[in-house]
Design a protein around this ligand. Structure first.
Ligand SMILES: Cc1ncc(COP(=O)(O)O)c(C=O)c1O
Length: 396
C-alpha cells in the first residue's frame, strides 16, 4: 500500500538521533531559544520580516484572525471571504470569532479562487478581508486578486499551509498579502511533528500575534515594544508587568522540541521541495493527459509548484467512485483537502445563510469528482510507476 504519509521527518533517522541528543542536554524544553532561532530561519527562508512560530497551522489561522480583531482592523460581524475548497480550520476561526464566513468558489482547472470568482462574490458581498487558501501548492491569478484587494481596501491574508515553496510571478506564495499562515504538521512540506507559523512584514501585527500566542501578556515582545505597551497601560512595576494581560489571547506556544526539529528540517527544505516537484511533474504529466478521464489542472503560469499530494479531478462522479474502489489496498487516497466547506455539517449549522452558494459550484464538482494521493519525497520508482499505471488505465 502506498501511504499518504511515509515518515514523520525527511532524513528521519538522522533527525531522531539529533533530537535525542538535544533532549538529553537541553535545560529547557518549553518555548525558548530554538523556537526563536527557527523564527529567524523561517523569516529568512520566506523572505518576510517577522515569523511567529505556533503549535499548529490551525492555531496560526485562529491567531491571525484574533490579532486583526484585537487591533480593530476587523470587527465582529464583518464579512470575510474564504476559499470554498479548503480545510475546516481555515473557515472555523472566522465563525468562532464572530465574523461572517463567505465562501468564494474556486476554478476547476486551478482548484483556487481567481479574480473572476472574487469579483462575482463582491457584487453581492462587501467583504472586509479575504482569507484565501493556496490549495495544494497551486494558485490562480493571485497578483490580480492582490490588486483588487488593495483597490477596495480588503485585507488579504493567505492560508499557505499547503503551498510552502510554491512560486508565482517569481515570488513565494505566502508573500502576496498582509500575512500568511503555515503548517508544519507531519506529511506537510516540512514537519515539526505539530507546528505552524504566521509571517508578516507588519511589526504592529507581529507584536499583537506574539501577545495572542501567549496568554495576552507581553513576555515575548521586543524590549522596545514591551516598554511601549507598559507605558500605554501605565504598568510600572515588574511585580505586575509579568502578569498583565493586555488583549485576548491563547496558549499556542510550540516547544523547544518543535523548534529544534524545525531548525534541522529547514536545512533539507530545498531538497524536499525539489523531490516532490519532480514526482509531481512526472505523474501529473502522464495522468492529466488522460482528458477522457480527468480534468487537467493548470499550473504553467507558476514558476515553481510545491505540494505534498497530487489531486485528480475525474470527469464524472462515476469515474471517481470506480477509481476509489480500484485504489483500495494499493494507493491510499482521500477527498481533496476538506472538500466543499458549504457541505460540511459545521458550516450548515453556523453559516446557513451562505450554504446556497455551494449549489452547482466548482467546489461541489471537486467534492464529488476529486481525490488525492500522497506525494512524498520517499516515493520509490516502483511506486511512481505503479501509480501512473493505476491512474492511466481506464477504470470503467
Ligand atoms: C489549508 C489548510 N489550512 C490549515 C490547516 C491546519 O494545519 P494544522 O494541521 O497544522 O493544524 C491545514 C491542514 O492540513 C490546511 O490544509
Amino acid at each position: 500500500m502506498i501511504k499518504l504519509i511515509k515518515s514523520t521527518f525527511y532524513e528521519e533517522d538522522k533527525t531522531k538521533q539529533a533530537l535525542t541528543k538535544f533532549i538529553t542536554k537541553a535545560k529547557i524544553l518549553s518555548f525558548g531559544p530554538e523556537c526563536i532561532k527557527f523564527e529567524e530561519n523561517f523569516s529568512q527562508y520566506q523572505k518576510r520580516k517577522f515569523t511567529v512560530f505556533v503549535n499548529s497551522g490551525s492555531s496560526a489561522n485562529l491567531a491571525i484572525i484574533q490579532a486583526l480583531l484585537n487591533l480593530g482592523r476587523l470587527k465582529r460581524g464583518d464579512l470575510v471571504g474564504f476559499s470554498a475548497l479548503t480545510w475546516s480550520t481555515n473557515a472555523m476561526p472566522l465563525i468562532e470569532l464572530g465574523l461572517n464566513a463567505v465562501p468564494i468558489d474556486v476554478e476547476l482547472d486551478t482548484l483556487n479562487v481567481s479574480s473572476n470568482k472574487l469579483l462575482e462574490a463582491l457584487k453581492q458581498y462587501p467583504i472586509k478581508a479575504l482569507f484565501i487558501t493556496n490549495l495544494l501548492g497551486f494558485c490562480d491569478d493571485l497578483e490580480v486578486i492582490k490588486d483588487i484587494c488593495k483597490k477596495r481596501n480588503i485585507l488579504l491574508i493567505e492560508d499557505n499551509c499547503e503551498a510552502l515553496g510554491s512560486k508565482y510571478k517569481n515570488k513565494l506564495l505566502g508573500n502576496f498579502g498582509l500575512a500568511s499562515t503555515f503548517s508544519f504538521y507531519v506529511g506537510h512540506h516540512m514537519s515539526t511533528i505539530e507546528g505552524g507559523a504566521i509571517c508578516t512584514d507588519d511589526e504592529e501585527l507581529a507584536t499583537m500575534l506574539k501577545l495572542v500566542r501567549a496568554h495576552g501578556w507581553d513576555r515575548n515582545l521586543s524590549l522596545s515594544n514591551q516598554k511601549a505597551i507598559r507605558d500605554k497601560y501605565q504598568v510600572n512595576s515588574t511585580f505586575y508587568s509579568r502578569y498583565t494581560f493586555y488583549d485576548l489571547g491563547y496558549n499556542f506556544r510550540p516547544t523547544e522540541i518543535n523548534g529544534f526539529i524545525g531548525n534541522v528540517q529547514i536545512t533539507y527544505l530545498d531538497a524536499i521541495l525539489e523531490k516532490r516537484n519532480k514526482n509531481f511533474v512526472e505523474v501529473s504529466d502522464r495522468i492529466y493527459k488522460k482528458t477522457d478521464l480527468y480534468i487537467p489542472i493548470r499550473y504553467s503560469h507558476m514558476d515553481f509548484h510545491s505540494n505534498f499530494a497530487v489531486p485528480v479531478i475525474c470527469v464524472s462522479p462515476k469515474v471517481r467512485d470506480e477509481l476509489v474502489k480500484r485504489c483500495e489496498g494499493i494507493v491510499e487516497i482521500r477527498p481533496i483537502v476538506g472538500g466543499d466547506m458549504t457541505q460540511q455539517p459545521f458550516f450548515n449549522k453556523y453559516m446557513q445563510k451562505y450554504t446556497h452558494m455551494g449549489k452547482q459550484s466548482n467546489a461541489d464538482i471537486i467534492h464529488k469528482q476529486g481525490l488525492y494521493f500522497g506525494n512524498n519525497p520517499e516515493l520509490t520508482r516502483k511506486e511512481i510507476v505503479s501509480i501512473i499505471k493505476l491512474f492511466c488505465t481506464d477504470p470503467l
